[in-house]
Design a binder for this molecule. Structure first.
Ligand code: HEM
Length: 111
């Protein structure tokens, strides 16, 4: 948990530098910035890797949250674990696909 958590912090710092503090105005300019970022090989690889780590963090965090709320030994723990894993796989696939799809379907010029 603390290890994957540190990678999320790393992801956020890189991510905010890439987009929020890139100086690009929301709209066309920000879209070009996103397209340019995902045509940079290191970011195309790094984003999905860090998003998988985020997914591992969420799959564990989901059940931890229920444990904190005291529903651990209620007979639902298997269901909670399964839902946590299903949700994190779904989120991971969804977010990790974005850089790949942007790379495949947008030209480096922004369109
Ligand atoms: C690959 C998938 C992702 C893409 C393409 C993406 C894209 C963006 C873009 C373009 C912005 C700037 C928005 C703006 O300045 O108006 C942004 C901001 C942000 N993103 Fe992401 N993001 C992704 C995944 C994530 C994930 C997984 C998280 C959570 C850990 C996250 C957290 C944030 C935060 C906190 C901001 C700053 C808030 C903001 O500027 O509006 N993003 N993202």
């Amino acid at each position: 948990m603390p290890h994957t958590g540190l990678f999320i912090l790393l992801f956020l710092v890189i991510h905010l530098l890439n987009f929020t503090f890139s100086g690009a105005e929301p709209g066309e300019e920000l879209l070009s910035q996103v397209v340019k970022t995902f045509h940079t090989p290191r970011f195309l690889v790094l984003y999905p890797v860090l998003i998988v780590l985020l997914g591992i963090h969420i799959s564990h965090g989901f059940q931890s949250a229920f444990q904190t709320l005291g529903v651990e030994n209620s007979g639902y723990s298997k269901v909670i674990r399964a839902v946590g894993i299903a949700v994190s796989i779904l989120f991971t696939l969804g977010f990790a696909l974005i850089p790949v799809l942007v790379y495949l379907f947008y030209n480096a010029g922004g369109r």
